[in-house]
Design a protein around this ligand. Structure first.
Ligand code: SF4
Length: 361
């Protein structure tokens, strides 16, 4: 029987690392980007980088939905909370910095802001208190968008609307692929997102950009295998799209979830904190559901916010241009207890992962 322990076998890890070493040219840097906070956690927690040749650099891209949540949307949620609307959100979202503080600060000042563990929790709360207006702050990539889409489609509570902040990952990867100064040599594509969208949407990376791309799972051997597969493709000079995580991800993905997303949302241009506006990267409610659009319902405009506090280097961390310790605020002014930047908020944020794992080693 294959268990998670099978994917943590140190002997096998050593054999794969030896194969990577044997295939890796001695000169030049091979920069491989992953786009998933859980991948960063596995890589950092299990010391995967220490097993790789020194000229293979695995960098973290914008794989944490909380890290790329623009301050303007946090500001809008705070504005709604101050109007007396109940804001519901996942726990991480509470501490994401807006232009002048986080939702947690508004909560401390008396606003009714509640943590939920699922979208249906927000629906239940709204149904139980029909005299109040509720907003669900829907943050996340393709992984969480289907659960928002289900509740939008059900129109389960007239007093619940949605501040939709869902982003889709491939357009952000394309932005990185186009960054000449990053000089990427390959992508490790995110496992969770791929369970929904499948493998096919990444075909553009080997085809158009010549970048080997491998969908990977979350165990240490998954990451090592994916690096091996990328290095092998490079050594053969044949970039292609491969699925290392076939036990969790199919080529076509979760078609039912994709249908739900397509029914509720359209894809529009959208801002990512630290990255600016990325074309076709954001989900917006379709016109048929505009009465459930919190911004429209409560007449709160999205106004450009302050994404970066003085000294904050999150915009460089989310594209892997620097490692967290290079930020002058890392574990000084900015800590997991008191995050200055969004990358220190969530367990998926690169700075938070490094503060909790790399720095603790
Ligand atoms: S240490 Fe804090 S401020 Fe600096 S990049 Fe990380 S999250 Fe941003």
């Amino acid at each position: 029987m294959v268990t998670s322990q099978s994917y943590r076998d140190p002997e096998m890890a050593k054999r794969v690392a030896d194969k990577i070493n044997a295939l890796t040219p001695k000169n030049g840097v091979i920069k491989i980007c992953h786009v998933c906070g859980t991948h960063e956690w596995t890589i950092s927690h299990f010391g995967i980088r220490s097993l790789l040749p020194s000229n293979i650099e695995v960098i973290a891209g914008p794989g944490c939905p909380v890290c790329i949540l623009p301050a303007s949307e946090v500001d809008a949620a705070i504005q709604m909370a101050k109007k007396g609307i109940v804001i519901t959100c996942f726990g991480d979202v509470l501490r994401v910095p807006g232009s002048h503080g986080a939702l947690l600060d508004a909560k401390a000042e008396g606003a009714d802001i509640r943590i939920v563990y699922s979208t249906s929790d927000a629906v239940k709360m709204a149904q139980e208190e029909p005299q109040k207006e509720f907003v669900f702050f829907a943050v996340g990539f393709e992984t969480t968008a289907p659960s928002t889409a289900i509740e939008v489609g059900r129109k389960a509570a007239k007093n619940l609307s949605f501040l939709v902040s869902h982003r889709v990952v491939p357009p952000a990867m394309e932005l990185l692929a186009k960054m000449d100064d990053l000089q990427l040599k390959g992508f490790i594509a995110p496992g969770h997102v791929s369970t929904i969208i499948g493998v096919e949407p990444y075909a553009v990376f080997p085809q158009k950009y010549g970048l080997p791309t491998v969908v990977a799972g979350f165990e240490p051997l998954d990451l090592l295998f994916s690096v091996y597969m990328i290095v092998k493709q490079l050594s053969e000079g044949k970039p292609r799209l491969e699925n290392e995580y076939s036990r969790g991800v199919s080529w076509q993905g979760n078609v039912k979830a994709q249908r739900l997303i397509n029914e509720a949302f359209e894809v529009v241009d959208g801002k990512w904190r630290g990255l600016g506006v990325i074309p076709n990267s954001t989900l917006a409610l379709k016109d048929a559901y505009s009465s459930f659009d919190a911004l429209k319902k409560h007449s709160v405009p999205l106004v450009d916010g302050v994404d970066s506090q003085p000294g904050c280097q999150c915009h460089l961390v989310v594209v892997g241009k620097i490692k967290p310790p290079a930020c002058p605020l890392f574990l000084k002014a900015c800590t997991p207890q008191n995050p200055v930047g969004a990358c220190m908020v969530s367990m998926e944020g690169t700075c938070r992962v490094w503060a909790k794992t790399v720095n603790a080693q």
